[in-house]
Every structure is written in C-alpha cells, then in structure tokens.
Design a protein around this ligand. Structure first.
Ligand SMILES: *[C@@H]1O[C@H](CO)[C@@H](O)[C@H](O)[C@H]1NC(C)=O
Length: 280
C-alpha cells in the first residue's frame, strides 16, 4: 500500500514536469542556456514561490525558456539560443500560459482569449492583454521577433509571459538598436568565425520597487531592461560576452561587461544574481 502510494506520488509529481511550467528548466529545456564548460548554466533563479520556470512551448515545440514572476505579473528573464534571423511575420496574436493559473491545463501556450481557460482565476498569476490597453506602455518583448529564425519561434514570442510594460521610445527606437547590435555582434564575432561558435542570449527586467509603478492595478512596470550575451566555441570555451542595461525610459541603454551587469543586477534585485554562472 505504502509502496503503491509512493509510486502514485512519483507519477503525479513527474507529470507536473511534463508541461510548460516545470520544476527545473535546466533539466526540461537545457538547450536554451549557455553551456560554459559543457554545463547548461541558467541565470540565477530567484528564490520564492512567486517565480515559475517555464519551458515556452507552442504547437508542442519548445522555443525558449522564461523565469516568470507571478506576483508582479512580468517575466524576470527569457533565455534563448541565437541561431541567426530570417524575416518573420508579426502576427500580433498574443498568448498566455494556462498552467500559471491552473496546473492541470496543457503545457502549450494558449490564445489570450481562449474560452477553455479558467475565468476566474484566469490571469490571477499573469498579465492579460486587457492589462495593457491604453496604459501608455508597449508590450516590450524579451525574446524579440528579430532574433528568431523560424515563423513558429517568432509566433511564440508573442506571449504575455515574454513581455513587460516598456517605455514606447525605448521599445521602438533605443532597445530595437540594442537588438540589432546584438544580432550584428553575434553574427560577425560568434556565428561566422570558424569553427562556428554558439550564441546565447538572456534578456530580462527589474520590477519597480519602492515607488512602484503598476498598470491596471495588476502589472508591475519594470524600472530596468537588461540583456546579456555569451558566445562559446564548439568546445564550450567562452569566446566573448557583452551586457546592456537600460532605464525603462527614453534614456540610452548602456553597454558594459557581463561581470559589471551581474554586479548591477545583484544591487537592483537585492540578491546575488549571476548570468552565466560567472563563467562567460
Ligand atoms: C536544477 O538542475 C540542475 C542540473 O541537475 C541542478 O544543478 C540545479 O541545482 C537544479 N536547480 C534546482 C533549483 O533544483
């Protein structure tokens, strides 16, 4: 009897790992994290039950990974492997992650208006499209469409778990330039060298604290956006890395070495924060 319940528990426990919201994304979808010295090394997973690890899945395919903050209803970061880009359509069809509100839902992202979703608690633990209506901020992508190499990946970036309220000028002009610069550097200094390197990107936000800015009484407006890249050679030795930090305003983003960005983020999050395990 005891053995039976243990076995049952094991199955129940492991079935929770199959969907998108996972126990440990460096086990379920390690392919999206830099592998300095051969080990998948995600950025720090902040402690606390409000943070959920998501292997972003659409049409039954994993596309990237996100650490999501269910209290502030914005991501902490999204991580992906950059494999060049093709021009993809922007369908602007937004998804949410059903499992954040109901563990028993399937692991694929679903349209924000899907009627099979719980309602309420639909949106209890995540942002919805309506939160952003006439809020004065853009839905700023963390994984940008510009860095995707397939239409299905481009489509999968349109999930509210991959977006946060972003100053419009930052989103449309300044941060777009960061995305372009990152793509250029990764192409010329990482992917095109021989033997070809491997390029990993992590992009995140810092929630506003102290004087909090909140839209629709639900979604935190981040104080900062940041991004970091790590280039590894085919044997997983670091070839180079680069960081960016921006106020969520019309101020120019600042580029800096990754170790400085880690230091700044440790101050901003108020807890130790490493990007590539300090190894890239
Ligand atoms: C996730 O799995 C990795 C690899 O097995 C392990 O090193 C890490 O400690 C795990 N993280 C958590 C939060 O359990």
């Amino acid at each position: 009897m005891k053995l039976f319940s243990l076995v049952l528990l094991f199955f129940l426990g492991s079935s929770a790992v199959v969907g998108e919201v996972v126990i440990n994304f460096s086990i379920t979808c390690p392919q999206f994290f830099a592998t300095p010295n051969g080990v998948a090394t995600p950025p720090t997973v902040l402690p606390g039950t409000q943070y959920k690890q998501i292997c972003q899945k659409r049409a039954n395919q994993y596309e990237y990974a996100t650490l999501y903050d269910t209290k502030n209803r914005i991501p902490v970061y999204s991580a992906y492997k950059y494999e060049g880009h093709t021009s993809c359509d922007r369908k602007d069809k937004w998804y949410i992650e059903p499992q954040l509100d109901d563990q028993n839902k399937g692991g694929d992202m679903k349209s924000d208006t899907d009627t099979t979703l719980p309602k309420p608690p639909r949106g209890d633990h995540q942002a919805l499209n309506e939160d952003y209506e006439s809020c004065g901020y853009d839905k700023g992508h963390l994984v940008p469409v510009y860095h995707t190499s397939s239409q299905s990946c481009a489509d999968s970036t349109f999930t509210l778990t991959n977006a946060a309220p972003q100053d419009c000028y930052l989103n449309r002009i300044l941060w777009r330039k960061v995305e372009n610069d990152v793509a250029d550097v990764l192409k010329t200094k990482c992917l095109q060298i021989l033997p070809a390197g491997k390029a990993y990107v992590v992009t995140g936000v810092v929630p506003s604290i102290g004087v909090q800015k909140i839209i629709n009484g639900r979604v935190n407006v981040p104080s900062h956006f940041w991004s970091a890249i790590c280039c590894l050679d085919s044997k997983n030795n670091p070839l180079g890395s680069w960081g960016f930090l921006a106020d969520n305003s019309n101020q120019k983003p600042i580029s800096m070495p990754v170790y400085i960005l880690e230091y700044m983020l440790t101050q901003l999050y108020g807890s130790h924060f490493a990007l590539f395990g300090g190894k890239c």
